[in-house]
Design a protein around this ligand. Structure first.
Ligand SMILES: [Ca+2]
Length: 435
């Protein structure tokens, strides 16, 4: 179901001629006023940069249809499915929208790993215990991780998204920004629709992800599994299919059986923060020798002979916040969603669902939320000082954090890659009144 406000379809309303009495007239006025703008005969106001795209949409759809046919979708099927698609201007707006402020680790995790979500996750772990035990035996993914992904993606199926997937993908395929990616996903959605039992309307998020674990069409096609044996992988209505498919997906992404995602750790005093970052991997033994212990101040576990583990150290809220050693399975989680905060939240939620307590070292909540303009300025200044950040985009990504760390090392600061006030001041950024 597509929310009506998202649709750009201009219809005319032709009220039948009649002579209304007052109550009927009021009812009539009420109905007219409650109709969306386009149903009232007015063209919705589109931002000037989206308007040409809306006009070019029919031609774009015709081109996509030809491409789909060239890639093996039957012509009549492609035509019938695509001719109904609508351009959704709101999706272009959502896709281009940049957050005004960066989100701190404390805020990000605080919103996703809530006491309620942990409690519900524990209930579901019990409810699906038999299935989850079968899945760990078959795919190697421990139960708590599957439940954690489910919790983060759709709050255990409580919001699957209601936007037409074909409309969403067609709109994004006709936008220049990531056209190639979404064209492939649109054609894969058409392939998916040819599977027995899968019918329009496909629904999901505004970016085309579907079902309990929010699979894109390509992932659905490649990794979707009919877990309950009814003849089709239905990721919208079958929790069994969704959990089985998620286990299969993580297995194919390279999950290492028998290993954790990582763990919270405790750093020794005077720790050298130049070792922080996903690129600086060392063996568990090397980290132990560097003085790192578990968050409960116990020695890091020793691995059985013959097993090796490479780990990287992350301090997502700077040196005053929690520290994590992350293992190979952390990279697997990032292949699902390329975000360190996301992967840390999956790992921590999985631990909590499995009975663990809160972080030993909570992230400080007094860190400033930096505006994207401030981050852009920071990136420019770092570039001017000779530290590569990539194109200044206002996003505090891995490259920018790496540049901050290099600058901090060169200036004798704690090199944790965190943009605190002293760092900004050292780069001549003093005006933080917008933060
Ligand atoms: Ca099924």
């Amino acid at each position: 179901m597509t929310p009506r406000f998202l649709l750009l379809r201009i219809r005319s309303v032709r009220p039948q001629m009649f002579l209304p009495g007052w109550p009927t007239l009021w009812l009539f006025i009420l109905i007219i006023c409650s109709l969306p703008a386009h149903a009232q005969g007015r063209t919705p106001d589109l931002p000037p940069d989206i308007s040409p795209q809306a006009e070019a949409f029919p031609a774009c759809i015709a081109k996509l249809e030809q491409q789909a046919i060239a890639e093996g979708i039957p012509a009549q099927f492609a035509q019938q499915a695509l001719e109904k698609t609508a351009f959704l201007p709101r999706i272009i707006e959502l896709d281009r929208k940049q957050p005004e402020f960066t989100v701190t680790f404390s805020e990000y995790m605080g919103r996703r790993v809530t006491a309620e979500r942990v409690a519900r996750g524990r209930e579901l772990l019990r409810k699906y215990r038999d299935l989850l035990d079968q899945l760990v035996a078959r795919y190697g993914i421990p139960p708590q991780y599957l439940v954690a992904f489910w919790g983060l993606e759709t709050n255990y199926g409580s919001y699957l998204g209601k936007i037409s997937t074909l409309d969403a993908l067609a709109t994004l395929a006709c936008d220049q920004r990531r056209s190639e990616f979404f064209t492939t996903e649109l054609i894969n959605a058409l392939r998916l629709l040819q599977k027995p039992g899968i019918e329009e309307p496909l629904v999901g998020s505004w970016a085309g992800a579907m079902g309990h674990t929010q699979f894109m069409p390509s992932a659905y096609l490649r990794y979707g599994i009919d877990g309950d044996g009814d003849g089709m992988a239905n990721l919208w209505t079958s929790e069994v299919d969704a959990l089985t498919s998620a286990a299969n997906f993580l297995n194919k992404l390279g999950w290492k059986r028998g290993f954790r995602w990582g763990r919270e750790v405790r750093l020794p005093d005077n720790f050298d923060f130049a070792k922080v970052g996903r690129k600086n991997k060392q063996s568990l033994e090397a980290w132990r020798e560097a003085g790192i212990r578990t968050a409960l101040n116990e020695p890091l576990p020793t691995l059985p002979p013959g097993r090796k583990l490479e780990a990287a150290l992350l301090v997502p809220a700077g040196y005053r916040g929690p520290a994590f050693l992350v293992y190979d399975n952390f990279e697997v989680i990032m292949r699902w969603n390329y975000s360190e905060f996301y992967a840390l939240s999956v790992g921590h939620l999985a631990d909590r669902i499995n009975g663990a307590g809160m972080l030993i070292q909570p992230p400080p909540d007094d860190l400033p939320r930096l505006s994207t303009d401030t981050i852009k300025l920071l990136q420019l200044r770092l570039q001017q000082e000779g530290f590569t950040t990539g194109k200044p985009d206002g996003i505090l990504g891995p490259m920018t954090k790496e540049a901050i760390r290099s600058f901090q090392t060169a200036s004798g600061m704690v090199a944790d890659g965190y943009p605190r006030k002293s760092l900004l001041q050292a780069l001549g950024i003093n005006n933080l009144k917008n933060n």
